[in-house]
Design a protein around this ligand. Structure first.
Ligand code: EPU
Length: 340
C-alpha cells in the first residue's frame, strides 16, 4: 500500500487546544509498514518531522513546514504474563481512555486512576501520564518504537524509557528520533485499590463506598475530572499547562513562612512539590482572559482556548503566568505540553 499523503492540511481537529495551525504534509501512520515506506519516499524523507498522537499535549504556535506523522496504529491483544502481571500489547494509536475501559470490561483492572486522560496509548509513555496517585510507569512493561536513524524497530523496557515525573527519554535524548508503535501494559494479578489521593478518598466516601472495587474508582475518577477539568471537545485545552514545581526544603520553609496556605507535598529525599494551580491562583490569574485565551475558572493550572485563539495568544498568556508567578514566588513554571 502506498503512503497516503495529504498536503497543506489544517491541524485544528488534530490538537485538543483546537488551534488552527497547518501542516505542509500529513501522513496517517496506520500500519508499521508505513514507517519503512516513508524512508523510501523521496519528497518526505528529508522533511522535518513531527509525531502526533491524540494532539492533547501540544501547543501549535505556527504552521509546521514539514511532515506531521499522525499515529493511528490499532490493536489490543493479550501477550503473556509475568509473575505479578497480565500483559497486553496495545497499538499506539488506540485512545487511552477507551483502552482503560476495555481492559476493565475484560476483567483486567489496574488503570482506572488514569481514566479520562485525553490522548493515545502511544503518547502515554512520552510524558509518563499520571493522575490520582498512579503513573503509567507503574503499569508499564515495554514498548516498541521505530528508530528513524537506524531505520528499524526497537523494544524498550522501563529502564530504557527512564521515566520521571511527566518525563521520559522521549522528551530528552530521543525527542523526535523514535516513534512509539505499540505499548505493552502490565495489569496487576492481585489488584489493590489506589485510593490514598485525597480527592479520590473523598469522592468514594461521598458515594458511601467503603470497600472500593475497580469500577468504583473508575467512576470516582471520571466524576472528579468532569468537575475540575474542561472537556476539550467543548473548551480547547491540553490539561495541566505547567508541571508542579519541585523545590528544596529551604525554599519550601521560606515560602511557607510567607504563605502558610501554600499547598505542597513532601517528596522522598526532603524536597517538596508545590501545587502550581495554587501559585497561579494566588498570583491572581485564575479565570483571567487575554484575548481569546484564558486561565480556567475551576483549575488555574489549565489554560483554555475560549474560541478561535491562535497558539501565540495562548503562549503569551502562559508567559504572563510564568512571569507573575516568578515575581511573586521566585519560581519558574515549566510547561508540560510540547510547544511547536
Ligand atoms: N489548587 C488551587 N487552585 C487551583 C488549582 C489547584 O489552589 O486553581 C490547589 C488545590 O489545593 C488542590 C491542589 O492545588 O487541592 C492540587 O490540585 P489537583 O488535585 O487538581 O492536582 P494538580 O496538582 O493541579 C495534577 C496533575 C493532573 C492530575 C491531577 C490529579 C500535574 C502537572 N498535573 O494536577 O494531571 O489530573 O494532579 O492527580 O502534575 C495533566 O497532567 O494534564 C493533568 C491534568
Amino acid at each position: 500500500m502506498p503512503l497516503h499523503v495529504e498536503e497543506n492540511v489544517s491541524l485544528r481537529a488534530l490538537n485538543s487546544f483546537g488551534v488552527d495551525a497547518r501542516a505542509r504534509y500529513l501522513v496517517r501512520v496506520r500500519t508499521p509498514r508505513d514507517l519503512a515506506a516513508l524512508e523510501e519516499h523521496k519528497r518526505l524523507r528529508e522533511q522535518p518531522r513531527l509525531i502526533l498522537g491524540g494532539g492533547s499535549n501540544v501547543l501549535f504556535t505556527r504552521d509546521f513546514d514539514g511532515v506531521v506523522l499522525r499515529v493511528e496504529l490499532p490493536g489490543l491483544r493479550p501477550c503473556g504474563e509475568t509473575e505479578h502481571a497480565w500483559l497486553f500489547e496495545v497499538g499506539a494509536g488506540e485512545n487511552w481512555h477507551q483502552t482503560v475501559e476495555r481492559l476493565l470490561a475484560m476483567g483486567r483492572p489496574g488503570l482506572e486512576n488514569l481514566a479520562l486522560i485525553p490522548g493515545t496509548v502511544g503518547a502515554a509513555p512520552i510524558q509518563n501520564i499520571g493522575a490520582y496517585g498512579l503513573e503509567l510507569a507503574e503499569r508499564f512493561h515495554a514498548l516498541t518504537a521505530w528508530d528513524f536513524e537506524t531505520r528499524s524497530f526497537v523494544v524498550m523496557n522501563a529502564a530504557d524509557c527512564d521515566f520521571g515525573y511527566r518525563d521520559s527519554v522521549f522528551k530528552r535524548a530521543l525527542a523526535g528520533r523514535r516513534l512509539i508503535t505499540a505499548v505493552t501494559l502490565a495489569l496487576p494479578k492481585r489488584w489493590q485499590p489506589v485510593a490514598h489521593y485525597a480527592d479520590v478518598a473523598q469522592e468514594l466516601a461521598a458515594r458511601g463506598v467503603a470497600n472500593p472495587q475497580p469500577r468504583d474508582i473508575f467512576e470516582a475518577v471520571i466524576a472528579i475530572r468532569r468537575r475540575k477539568l474542561p472537556d476539550p471537545a467543548a473548551l480547547g485545552n491540553a490539561g495541566s499547562f505547567f508541571k508542579n514545581p519541585v523545590v528544596t526544603r529551604e525554599q519550601h520553609r521560606a515560602l511557607i513562612a510567607h504563605y502558610p496556605s501554600l499547598v505542597s507535598y513532601a517528596l522522598p529525599g526532603g524536597r517538596f512539590k508545590l501545587a502550581a494551580g495554587w501559585l497561579i491562583e494566588a498570583a491572581g490569574l485564575k479565570g483571567a482572559t487575554r484575548g481569546r485565551a484564558g486561565v480556567y475558572e475551576r483549575q488555574a493550572l489549565v489554560l483554555v482556548n475560549r474560541g478561535g485563539a491562535a497558539g501565540a495568544e495562548i503562549l503569551a498568556l502562559a508567559r504572563e503566568v510564568q512571569e507573575k508567578v516568578r515575581e511573586r514566588f521566585g519560581i519558574w513554571l515549566e510547561p508540560e505540553p510540547v510547544v511547536v
